[in-house]
Every structure is written in structure tokens, then in C-alpha cells.
Write a protein that binds this ligand. Structure first.
Ligand SMILES: [Zn+2]
Length: 313
């Protein structure tokens, strides 16, 4: 759920001697048969690992299997989380010789913090300072915990972020950010809506699940200021408004185009055409026009009319 900034490493530049390095082909964005790797703290029960694997399979069967992807599952024992941190930094070094062990150990959002606070997050590693590109998802044992239904949709949410980032090839931070958008409305709204939509379609999920979840998200309208656009809300204290109304914005875009246009078309064209180019091509209007109509017309409709745009369960 939480966005983790791309890790920036201070590295000493060096020129490799000719003939001593082997170029590995860059397969970023290509669906792969290689499954995600799972790592867990020693207080995490096997059932928790299996649950995470199950929902990863649901997500990757739906949206395609992308990688390299690692899941790191943290329990509630802080000492076990510290041991997992050590293991994590060893793996980073194994996968990328340029990884800095001190930076790794001192990273602000380490597993110890996840053990204390819970939550979930994706760290996309793709930058000019690293030889290794990949996705690192962290899942914890609270907020939400594995006994909660939200844990399942959160796993789908994190995986949709993998799907989003797999469609942006650049290693340059600004180029990546221009395609994801700096503020959370689009990328978090997309992950949240697609996760809830996919979850609502699973066997044994009640028919009104999606409506109820989306109804709850409408409460964020009370926190939106007059004339304020969700596009301008940054991560942080008020970020939840962009997550919730961003999910509604994506439902609105899909209603005016199609699910296929959002999940396939937009991401297929995103790298080549950029955010606005792909938006225009696939949804037949500018993001500005869609946002205007969303705020000035759609959000002003009665709740029952808003709910009509959701697919029926
Ligand atoms: Zn997220």
C-alpha cells in the first residue's frame, strides 16, 4: 500500500575491464515463467506463506506473471524481523554486487518497522545505480493480518503495482515518475480498484462486496476541499483521499471506456506514448477532461447513481 521511494545508492564509479563482464539481456516487462521467491521471518507460520502464495497466483494468473519478484513476509516478533533484515541484505548483495550493505541495513522502512507497524509495500528496484532490477513486496502480520479478508485484496493490490511498473522500462527516475504520476491518485487508485474488482470476482465472495467497499471509499469525499482535484493530493496525511477517490476515478474511466482499455491498452502503450499519450489513445479524451467531469459532474451525483457504474457481482 505504501509507496517506497526508489533507493538511491551512492556508488563509486568504475570502469569494468573489457571482457570481464557478461551482459545479461534486459527482460524487464516481459511475462516470465519464473515464479516469485518467498522469504519469511522464522515466526511466520507456513499457512501465512501459503496464503500469500495463493493470492499471488490469483493475481499473476489474471494480469500475467512479471518479475523478478520477491515476497518478504514479516511476523510480529521484532528479533525475528531483524534476522530477516540480515538475510535480506545478504540476498541484495548476492543479486547485485553494487548493493551497499550499510545502506541496506539502515534503510528507513526495514522489516523491524513492519513487525511493529504492519502494513504492506512494494519497492521497485530499477535505477541507474543498480545492476539488478526487480520487485520486492513486503507483507506483514497486521494492518492487515493474514486472518483478515483485507490481506487478500492487499496482496492483489501490491501485485497490480508490479504489473504497472513492469510496463515502464526506463531506469531514469524522472522518466518513470512521469509515467506513474508523482501523486498517488492514478497508480494507487488503479491498484486499489483492480484489486477490489478481482477480489470481488473470486468464488465465495458475497455479491455486494464491491459495492460495499466502494461505498466506504466515498466517505473520502468529505475530506476533499472545494475545487480540489485528487491529482494534486500527495502521499502522506491526506493521501487516503487520493487512494479512495482515485479508485473511483479508475472505475469511472473504465465505465467510459472498457476494462480491456484500462488493464491492457493503457499499459501496453504507456512506455512508448507516455502517460498522457496513452491516456488519450485508450480512453478517447485527456486526463484533464476526465478529471473535470469526474469532480464537477460524477462526484455530485447521488450515491445510488455512482454505484451504477460498478459491474454487478
Ligand atoms: Zn499501493
Amino acid at each position: 500500500m505504501r509507496k517506497i521511494a526508489f533507493a538511491l545508492f551512492v556508488v563509486v564509479c568504475f570502469t569494468p575491464l573489457f571482457g570481464t563482464t557478461k551482459e545479461t539481456p534486459d527482460t524487464w516487462g516481459k511475462p516470465t515463467r519464473t515464479k516469485a521467491e518467498f522469504y519469511a521471518a522464522d515466526d511466520v507460520p507456513q499457512s501465512h506463506i501459503d496464503l500469500t502464495k495463493y493470492w499471488y497466483e490469483v493475481a499473476s494468473n489474471e494480469w500475467g506473471n512479471f518479475g523478478p519478484l520477491e515476497f518478504w513476509i514479516v511476523g510480529s516478533d521484532v528479533e525475528a524481523a531483524k534476522r530477516l533484515d540480515n538475510r535480506y541484505c545478504k540476498i541484495r548483495k548476492q543479486k547485485d554486487n553494487r548493493s551497499n550493505a550499510d545502506n541496506c541495513r539502515n534503510r528507513s522502512h526495514n522489516f523491524e518497522r513492519y513487525a511493529k507497524e504492519g502494513n504492506a509495500g512494494l519497492n521497485t528496484q530499477r535505477n541507474e545505480h543498480s545492476d539488478w532490477s526487480g520487485f520486492i513486496v513486503t507483507m506483514a502480520s497486521k494492518n492487515p493480518g493474514p486472518q483478515e479478508d483485507d490481506y487478500k485484496s492487499v496482496t492483489l493490490h501490491e501485485y497490480f503495482h508490479v504489473y504497472q511498473h513492469a510496463h515502464i522500462f526506463s531506469k531514469n527516475r524522472e522518466e518513470r515518475e512521469s509515467r506513474t504520476q508523482r501523486n498517488p491518485w492514478w497508480i494507487e487508485g488503479g491498484a486499489e480498484y483492480m484489486a477490489q474488482l478481482l477480489y470481488s470476482r473470486q468464488p465465495d465472495v458475497r455479491d455486494d462486496y464491491l459495492k460495499d467497499k466502494m461505498k466506504q471509499k466515498l466517505r473520502a469525499m468529505n475530506d476533499l476541499e472545494d475545487g480540489e482535484s485528487i491529482r494534486d493530493i500527495p502521499y502522506g496525511r491526506r493521501g487516503h483521499i487520493a487512494y479512495s477517490l482515485g479508485a473511483w476515478f479508475v472505475a469511472f474511466v473504465i465505465d467510459k471506456s472498457s476494462e480491456e482499455a484500462f488493464t491492457r491498452g493503457f499499459f501496453k502503450d504507456l512506455n512508448r506514448l507516455g502517460f498522457e499519450g496513452s491516456f488519450k489513445k485508450n480512453f478517447d479524451g485527456t486526463s484533464q477532461e476526465f478529471l473535470r467531469e469526474f469532480h464537477e459532474e460524477f462526484l455530485k451525483k447521488p450515491e445510488s447513481e455512482k454505484l451504477e457504474i460498478l459491474p454487478v457481482g
